[in-house]
Design a protein around this ligand. Structure first.
Ligand code: AMP
Length: 414
């Protein structure tokens, strides 16, 4: 049994073998050094089984508290979003139960009342999965002693090391004793990689490239369409291709509300998903989506990271992602764990140049498709005055073209 060759305790190896046939490449490569107590930086594609990899490391390190001594967090897993916190907590809990490990796992995140979390932490905890802000709130209320933490996991580490979290992360670092660090992410920019290495002790680098890891079967498509017709096109494709569920990415909360509303009015069950919704609403939307009660979720990039929706066949980039690496995160929501999936990007005249850049950065070159009935009419931006005045054969200048011809170009929406 391959799980029994990784240095795992027999109980944990058996718990994995109950669920899966073989370890994923990331589990095979990362577990050795992680279980040996080394700092590890893991760069692997989304859906590669990295959560189980660090869950196993954390559970193997767990030691039962001595009798009559309060439990103190031994391992801390930091994640960038609330949804991911819930998901990771569930993975660790399931594995612990399957292996008969009596560790207390606590999941803490913001956006909900702190009181139930305070209550749940009475009597201490062993393993904490947290978003950074709420963790610090709990520390400030003396509900979360961190002096016993021996292992720190940063999931979606590139995002956690980003500027937005830097201050909170530095505060948490200052509260921790010497510890092992495990960093997992699908992407690393060079500065983030340097930062990661600066905070670790001669880390072991595990990079699972696409040669050793079968690329998830994501069929990537680029469809040319005029911007104002995108909602109609999504509706058309949904009905024509009979997609059971679709995750549609947009650039702003406003767009999420608006597109979901338009789809609803067109008779589809669609819900928006963005950071401004209450935590209860966000959980409900995800649960309804998973249960196929909701067919379309229109989301901002808050859903691009980590969220694991089993059997999600299609992801649509209605608005293109701003950053090229977000493209990888977004399309990684489909084709999880050996399933196949499709990622479809809607490319308009305005966003064509931006999409070409995303392709270049990700080493892609996708054929441009046109759906019959949705042939683009808008000319590419930066047309000359002549062209905008009607110079392109077969293409009438759009209102936007005329405006462009009359004045400076507006910034291209992401
Ligand atoms: P992750 O990369 O952690 O988001 O995991 C993606 C998916 O892989 C999850 O649905 C896991 O249940 C699944 N998974 C984890 N380990 C294995 C394994 N050894 N074999 C097959 N699937 C796995």
């Amino acid at each position: 049994m391959p799980f029994f060759t990784l240095g795992l305790s027999p109980a944990l190896a058996a718990a994995m073998a109950q669920q899966f046939t073989t370890p994923t490449p990331v589990q095979s490569a990362a577990l050795g050094p992680a279980l040996g107590g080394k700092d590890v930086v893991v760069c692997a594609q989304t859906g590669s089984g990295k959560t189980a990899a660090y869950a196993l490391a954390v559970l193997q390190r767990w030691q039962p508290p001595a009798p009559h001594v309060p439990r103190r967090a031994q391992s801390l897993v930091l994640v960038p979003t609330r949804e991911l916190a819930v998901q990771v907590g569930a993975v660790i809990n399931t594995l612990a139960r399957a292996a008969g490990i009596a560790a207390k796992v606590s999941v803490v995140f913001g956006g909900v009342s702190i009181n139930p979390q305070l209550m749940a932490l009475r009597g201490g905890t062993d393993i904490v999965v947290a978003t950074t802000g709420r963790l610090l709130d709990l520390v400030d209320r003396n509900a979360m002693p961190l002096q016993q933490v021996r292992c720190l996991v940063l999931d979606e580490a590139d995002r956690l090391l980003d500027l937005g979290f830097a201050e909170e992360l530095a505060r948490i670092d200052a509260l921790l004793p010497a510890h092992q660090s495990l960093l997992f992410s699908a992407t690393y920019s060079a500065p983030v990689r340097r930062l990661a290495e600066a905070r670790m002790q001669s880390p072991v680098e595990v990079s699972i490239d696409s040669d050793s890891q079968p690329a998830p079967a994501i069929r990537q498509r680029a469809i040319l369409v005029d911007e104002p017709r995108r909602t109609q096109l999504v509706r058309h494709l949904l009905l024509q291709e009979e997609w059971p569920r679709v995750l549609v990415f947009v650039a702003t909360k406003y767009a999420a509300e608006m597109v979901a509303d338009k789809l609803r009015r067109a008779g589809l069950s669609a819900e928006p998903f963005h950071a401004q919704l209450s935590q209860g609403k966000r959980s409900q939307v995800l649960a309804d989506f998973k249960a196929s009660v909701v067919q379309v979720v229109v989301a901002t990039d808050v859903a691009a990271r980590g969220v694991d929706i089993a059997g999600l066949p299609v992801v649509v980039n209605y608005d293109l992602p701003r950053a090229a690496h977000d493209y990888v995160h977004r399309i990684g929501r489909t084709a999880r764990a050996g399933e196949s999936g499709m990622a479809l990007s809607l490319v308009s005249a305005d966003s064509a140049a931006h999409f070409a850049l995303i392709e270049k950065r990700n080493g892609l070159s996708l054929p441009r498709e046109v759906v019959p009935g949705f042939e683009p009419q808008e000319a590419a931006p930066r047309v000359s005055l002549d062209q905008a005045a009607g110079g392109i054969k077969g293409r009438r200048p759009s209102k936007k073209d005329k405006l462009r011809a009359a004045g400076p170009l507006p910034p291209v929406a992401g």
